[in-house]
Design a protein around this ligand. Structure first.
Ligand SMILES: [Fe+2]
Length: 276
């Protein structure tokens, strides 16, 4: 049986790479340290496969077809197409088609109906955390795209339940294998709307506080009310809910949080404690 060996979460944003030179030095230091600390913890968990949960920022899916959830079942995934990620070290990343297909089958058996794709490009949402975490070795990647970009979006509760599906799929996978989960996105940010650039620090801190507890009903209730007022990018907190559900109420530990106006994002970094 496979084993869930770690759940992690990190923010992303194009400006973390594109406008890195403009980020004040003290914030650069903290951001780099937080990414590296997650990378150190992920290396220590020694995952063979990483299920990475991120949105698709108009790279694979457009208005003619936007899945609520799409699992990448390909042998490989393409590297990021964004010009500012030209220096990203992997033009192609290995997938794990067998585990990915098992996730899809497990979901279907539970009444969840994801889309799946043999051909995905992994954009900055996937690649910025992977790059900045400075991993010793890139695990095979099973991408899970959750629509937090174009409404209507999957419900917050559903995203939490998806975490249970992932942990069930991992635990029922017949081969021994170490699997980690990385949620990429959030916390509060606002892009391409009148509040562009606003970071809702109060929202971010309450979200972090609630994630540190095991009362997921209180967390989801809070998010349902607060996410629509905290900027359109904040919908990406769905990915953190997937990881939270997969970790099944084990303790959430914050590595760092800092609002970074120069990149427009309330940047959070966290991991969940795993069973020994
Ligand atoms: Fe994003």
């Amino acid at each position: 049986m496979a084993e869930l060996v770690g759940c992690f979460a990190a923010s992303h944003g194009p400006l973390l790479v594109r406008d890195w030179a403009r980020v004040p030095a003290a914030e650069k230091t903290r951001l780099s340290a937080a990414f590296r600390e997650l990378g150190r913890r992920m290396d220590a968990a020694r995952p063979d496969v990483l299920i990475e949960v991120s949105p698709d920022h108009w790279v694979n899916f457009h208005l003619e077809n936007i899945p609520a959830v799409c699992i990448g079942v390909g042998e490989t995934h393409e590297g990021p197409p964004e010009p500012f990620l030209k220096a990203y070290p992997h033009r192609e990343m290995p997938g794990h088609p067998e585990l990915a297909a098992h996730v899809v089958k497990t979901a279907l058996a539970r009444g969840f109906e994801p889309s799946f794709s043999y051909r995905l490009k992994l954009d900055h949402g996937f690649c910025i955390p992977l790059w900045r975490m400075e991993l010793e070795r890139l695990p095979r990647i099973v991408p899970m795209i959750v629509n937090s970009i174009e409404p209507p979006l999957p419900t917050l509760e559903r995203c939490f339940s998806w975490g249970h599906i992932l942990s069930e799929a991992i635990e029922s996978y017949p081969q021994p294998m170490r699997v980690a989960i990385l949620a990429s996105g959030g916390l509060s940010h606002s892009i391409g709307e009148p509040t562009m650039g606003r970071i809702d620090e109060a929202f971010d801190r309450e979200c972090i506080r609630l994630l540190s507890h095991t009362d997921e009903k209180a967390l989801i209730r809070y998010l349902e009310n607060a996410v629509p007022k905290a900027g359109n990018g904040t919908d990406e907190v769905r990915n953190w809910l997937v990881a939270h559900g997969a970790a099944a109420g084990r303790g959430f530990q914050l590595v760092d949080y800092l609002p970074v106006p120069s990149v427009y994002v309330g940047c959070g970094f966290a991991f969940w404690k795993m069973k020994r």
